[in-house]
Design a protein around this ligand. Structure first.
Ligand SMILES: [Zn+2]
Ligand SMILES: [Zn+2]
Length: 244
């Protein structure tokens, strides 16, 4: 399995980083996790073939994770995509998706695609298999707007990939990431507690319990980015490729 960080930034482009978007490929799977506002130019910049992507998995409806979808969809239409596309995310996505399309490109939500488009709501702790990706969503804690908020534990081609999404500490992160081959975790700040987000210090307090085989930090603020030297953990950067 391979994962490329198309974008690993926060909502504010800290460090000049792109909004959240991870591209995961294996022998028979090709999907995105999150599609933040800047994802289409970031995908194009990395030379990633958008029309080979079968699934886009959304963690929540904040723009830095979700607002790239209208651009992605329009690009698919104009590049004559024929491959079916599944967009899956928290409940409410059937309403939120046309809303974001309309907000960014008026009337675009009514355009009929020339490819089959499915928008699927996912429920916390209800495992679904979508195109060979076994998805278990966990509920996470990230404030009062833009939810529901999901983190994902994915079993795919014999490997386990877990992503915390944006969240403050919640016990759900233990089963989410336990023993995962790769855990991608938010480390918004180094030690400073920020509501709705995870600090590296808090994550470290629970790391032995989660015991991921590998950990990569993402969604870092300027504060966290200034601490990367000698950190003792791997931090993501845009374009980074990980085999797991
Ligand atoms: Zn975010
Ligand atoms: Zn968020």
């Amino acid at each position: 399995m391979q994962l490329q960080f198309v974008g690993c930034g926060d909502a504010f482009g800290s460090g000049g980083r792109q909004n959240t978007c991870f591209h995961v490929t294996g022998a028979s799977v090709n999907f995105l996790i999150d599609c933040g506002a800047s994802s289409l130019p970031a995908l194009k910049g990395l030379g990633i073939e958008r029309n080979a992507i079968d699934l886009v998995l959304i963690t929540h409806f904040h723009g830095d994770h979700f607002a790239g979808l209208p651009f992605f969809l329009l690009d698919a239409q104009f590049s004559r995509r024929t491959r079916p596309l599944i967009i899956a995310g928290p409940e409410g996505i059937q309403m939120r998706f046309p809303q974001v399309m309309e907000a960014l490109f008026e009337h675009s939500s009514k355009t009929r695609q020339k490819f089959e488009l499915s928008v699927l709501p996912l429920k916390p702790e209800e495992t679904r298999n979508i195109g060979g990706v076994k998805i278990t969503p966990y509920p996470v804690v990230h404030g009062d707007s833009g939810g529901p908020f999901l983190a994902y534990r994915l079993e795919v081609e014999g490997r386990v990939l877990a992503y915390t999404a944006d969240t403050e500490w919640t016990e759900a992160l233990v089963p989410l990431g336990r023993g995962a081959d790769l855990l991608i975790a938010e480390a918004y700040t180094y030690e400073r507690a920020v509501r709705n987000h995870l600090s590296l210090q808090t994550l470290e307090e629970h790391l032995a319990e989660i015991a991921p085989k590998r950990l990569i930090l993402t969604h870092m603020s300027d504060d966290m980015l200034s601490r990367l030297d000698g950190l003792g953990h791997t931090a993501a950067h845009d374009g980074m490729i990980v085999e797991f």
